[in-house]
Each structure stands twice: as structure tokens, then as C-alpha cells.
Design a protein around this ligand. Structure first.
Ligand SMILES: Cc1ncc(C[n+]2csc(CCOP(=O)(O)OP(=O)(O)O)c2C)c(N)n1
Length: 466
């Protein structure tokens, strides 16, 4: 009987609000069949509420529209790395990575290979259609010898382009994987075998036994530029010669669950404890978005952290999202901080209410992003050779000068905190902000008095010049 698998959403609701009952896949594409087999297995094992599905980049990028379970989207080639993180931090859950042959075999090969070698506890479904599907049919590592693609119009020449990558065979050299099998969805007989392998791989996750890998040969009529029937036939006749179907290993009977990664779980637990302050008068606090930016080493990230801690200690929802430059010291660094009475949708801040800039490149980069009516505070040392936005209030504040005069040039970030307090831009009680600042020096308490002095001087300056 033809029917939608229970593990799918009722409607596939898209970003634009439209609700479709059909997937976005082309007629004859294998992805839809593979989705159905996975969704059925997850639902039949009763695992929907305990499963996190990692979508790739490629034709499978929209898996999260379809699978009615936890969903996370990974960058191109990174699904196995993301699955590793999820699996380690959610030890009781089933984690599924879904990757194409470009995604896993090319850009993400090392991620996937190392995860397999470590025996991470997740299942990786590897969809091999011998081509880069989503981007228009370029050669993939799995493209067959002499196969014509957009980038090998005369056929893949193995002397120049290398040989097809047999991922199951490569992974089968590793000690750790519990289960490795290659299947196909090119016809009904093969689909039934694929169903068995997919179920087995998910069962292994249910039992927490370790790493499972299922390669699925899948037709791509659109990029092969043939009919759905011919594409399926190609998968059987041509692909299976290079990629023979079969089970490479099944060690599930003797496998015992791998060691738990308690470090990751502990780190998460600590985060939860740190955010357990009771929430107060949620509705009355207007959300505030901050961007702090400067050179690495100027204390930009710690400045944002002080605000986030102060917000957390006073019962606000907070997020702190750092972005590091290529170097630890000297490169640009920024962090986004959101303080909110309600839930925070995203920790990224594209349009800050308040921008605090400690160097020229980041002032130039972020100044145009500040909201109308917002505030920019930048260190007065920064030469401004560009036009600052007109509809925001701008303060050239002598943060470095104040800190240097107090004998601690590195504490310019503390001076900026004083400026924020003086302008009442944080919206939190001053004593909470100062307590968070003091706490940030827990390892070097000697520095506290000087930093408090800098805050007072900065406040005084700002009050006199605002
Ligand atoms: C970092 C990065 N590099 C390249 C791309 C472009 N890109 C998107 S999908 C894709 C290929 C996907 O092919 P495959 O993994 O085989 O999946 P399929 O679409 O065939 O299912 C590429 C190269 C990207 N999105 N991100």
C-alpha cells in the first residue's frame, strides 16, 4: 500500500509558510525512498522523540522539512562532526547523519572517516548517486570511470581525476565500526534489502552499540539526463560493478556499548546549572542586542561575557556568541550578546542596538549594521576615515586613554563597561553588572579595585560629556 511513513510530518511546511505533501525531490530520485525507509524505521522502533537527525548540504539539505524528530542542519561535509557532538552530549539518544557522496566523499571525508575510526555512536547514511546532485551534476569522488558529468564532459579519466572512492571498502579497514553495508534503492528487491540494513543500523543505535554505516546507491535521473527507469538501470548495471552490494561487517551481536563521553555531558550540565537563576518579570524587560568587537586580546569577549553573566544572575535569558579571528591575539574578534525577558530565537546579532568597537576595521564593518536609534561607542583612538551612520547616537569614548592613565592599558574594556553603565544601556541593575565584573577576576582578585576605579572614572567622563 502506498502511504506516507509515520515518521514524517503530516505536512511539509516550508519557510514561506506553504504546506506541501510532496517532497522537493525529482521524479525517480532515490532520496525520497531512502527518507521513507529511515522514517518508517525510526517510527516503528518508537524513537521519534529520541532521535536527532543531521541534515547535510546537497539535495538532502531539507531533511528537516520531512522527518518528524529532532533536527539539526550541518554545513557542507560536516554532518558526521555535528553528529559526533550530538551523540556525545546526548548519550541516550539516537543520532542519524545523512550525507551525499560529494558531502561525505569529498569535502567531508576526513570528518566522516575519523568519526568512523573513533566508533562514534551514530548511524551514517551515505547516499551515493555518483554525482554532485544539487549543484548541477559535477564529478563526485564516486563518479564512475568514463562517466560523463558537468565537469568531466568527456568522461572521468582516472589518470587525471583519480579512481572512484569506495567508501565502504575504506571504512571496512577500521577497527571501530559495528556495522557496514552497501545497499541500493534501484528496484523493489533492492529496496527491501535496503530497508533491512537501515532498520538494523537504527536498531544498533537504539541499543547504543556504536557506529553504523550504510551506503545506499541511489539514482539521479536529472543529472544523468536520462529517464527515471534508465537512471535506476544505470545504478544496477554500471554502479554495482564498482560498488558491489552486500554486508561488509555486522558485529552487533558481540558489540558492547562504547565508553560514554562524560566530559561533554558534564560541560552541558554545568551550563544548565549556570543558567538556573529564576526568571523575573519576563514581559517588562525589552530585549537588547549588543555587538562587541575589536582585536583579539583587547578583552572584547570577556566584556560581553560580563554582561551575559550579569543578565543571567538577574534572571534574564541571555546568549553570548563569540566569533574569533584567524589568530588568537591580533586578529579581529567579536561577540554578540542578547539580554532578553523572553526566549532568545538566535544568538547571532545582525542588527545591534548597541555597538562597542575597539578597533577601526570592526567599527567600519559593524557601524552600518546598528539599528536606527541605536548607539555606537568606539574608542576615541580609532581614526574614523569613513562616514558613520546618521540615525544613531555615536560616542567617541577615550577608553584606552582612561585605562592607560590608571596604569592598566589592557583594561580599556572595563572603561567601556563604565560607559555602558553611565548611559544606562544595559538595563540591568548596576550592582549586578559590577558583581559580574568582579567575578570575572576571580582568578586575579588583586585586579578588582583598579578595575572598579576605572569603571568610576569612565562613568564620570561619560556623564560629563554625554
Ligand atoms: C562549503 C561549501 N562548499 C560547496 C558548497 C556547494 N555545494 C552545495 S551541495 C554540493 C554537492 C552536494 O553533492 P552530494 O553531497 O553528492 O549530494 P547530492 O546533492 O548529490 O544529494 C556542493 C558542492 C557548499 N554549499 N558549501
Amino acid at each position: 500500500m502506498l502511504k506516507k511513513a509515520v515518521g514524517f510530518y503530516e505536512h511539509f511546511e516550508r519557510k514561506d509558510g506553504s504546506k506541501s505533501k510532496a517532497t522537493h525531490y525529482c521524479a525517480g530520485c532515490g532520496h525520497g525512498i531512502i527518507h521513507k525507509l529511515i522514517a518508517e524505521a525510526v517510527a516503528e522502533y518508537g524513537l521519534q522523540d529520541d532521535t536527532v537527525f543531521v541534515s547535510p548540504v546537497g539535495c538532502g539539505a531539507f531533511c528537516y522539512y520531512y522527518f518528524d524528530c529532532g533536527n539539526v542542519a550541518a554545513g557542507h561535509g560536516r554532518a558526521s562532526a555535528v553528529a559526533t557532538g550530538l551523540s556525545r552530549s546526548l548519550p541516550g539518544k539516537v543520532v542519524i547523519a545523512y550525507q551525499g557522496d560529494g558531502d561525505l566523499g569529498a569535502i567531508g571525508f576526513n570528518n566522516a572517516f575519523q568519526a568512523a575510526n573513533r566508533g562514534e555512536k551514530f548511524v551514517c547514511f551515505f547516499v551515493n548517486n555518483a554525482i554532485y546532485g544539487m549543484t548541477g551534476g559535477q564529478m563526485a569522488p564516486t563518479t564512475l570511470p568514463d562517466q560523463k558529468t558537468a565537469t568531466t564532459p568527456y568522461g572521468r579519466d582516472v589518470r587525471k581525476d583519480g579512481y572512484p572512492l569506495k567508501v565502504c571498502e575504506v571504512f571496512n579497514q577500521l577497527e571501530a565500526p559495528i556495522f557496514i553495508e552497501r545497499v541500493s534503492v534501484a528496484d523493489t528487491k533492492r529496496i527491501l534489502k535496503a530497508k533491512k540494513a537501515i532498520r538494523k543500523a537504527i536498531e544498533i543505535q537504539k541499543e547504543g552499540k556504536g557506529y553504523a554505516f550504510v551506503e545506499i546507491l541511489s539514482p539521479c535521473p536529472t543529472n544523468m539526463k536520462v529517464s527515471a527507469v534508465a537512471a535506476a538501470q544505470f545504478t544496477i548495471d554500471a554502479m554495482e560493478k564498482t560498488y558491489p552490494l552486500g554486508n561488509f561487517r555486522d558485529r552487533s551481536a558481540e558489540a558492547t556499548p562504547p565508553a560514554r563521553h562524560d566530559m561533554a555531558v558534564k560541560a552541558l550540565d554545568e551550563l544548565v546549572v549556570a543558567s538556573s537563576a529564576e526568571q523575573v518579570d519576563a514581559g517588562s524587560f525589552t530585549e537588547k542586542e549588543f555587538k562587541f568587537c575589536g582585536f583579539g586580546g583587547q578583552g572584547i569577549l570577556s566584556l560581553g561575557l560580563v554582561l551575559a553573566h550579569a543578565g543571567n544572575d538577574t534572571g534574564r535569558n541571555v546568549s553570548w556568541f563569540p566569533s574569533y579571528g584567524p589568530e588568537q591575539r591580533g586578529g579581529t574578534a567579536s561577540c554578540s550578546v542578547v539580554l532578553s525577558g523572553g526566549e532568545i530565537g538566535s544568538p547571532t546579532v545582525d542588527k545591534p542596538d548597541v555597538l562597542v568597537a575597539m578597533n577601526q576595521p570592526s567599527l567600519e564593518k559593524f557601524a552600518p549594521t546598528v539599528k536606527d536609534g541605536g548607539v555606537i561607542i568606539y574608542d576615541a583612538q580609532i581614526p574614523v576615515e569613513f562616514e558613520l551612520p546618521k540615525n544613531v547616537t555615536v560616542y567617541a569614548f577615550p577608553a584606552a586613554q582612561i585605562a592607560t592613565e590608571k596604569g592598566v592599558p589592557k583594561a580599556a574594556n572595563t572603561a567601556l563597561l563604565g560607559a555602558l553603565i553611565a548611559l544606562d544601556l544595559i538595563g540591568l541593575p548596576e550592582d549586578a553588572v559590577l558583581t559580574a565584573l568582579k567575578d570575572s577576576f576571580a582568578a586575579k582578585p588583586k585586579l578588582i579595585p583598579k578595575n572598579m576605579e576605572i569603571v568610576e572614572t569612565a562613568k564620570g567622563w561619560m556623564k560629563a560629556h554625554r
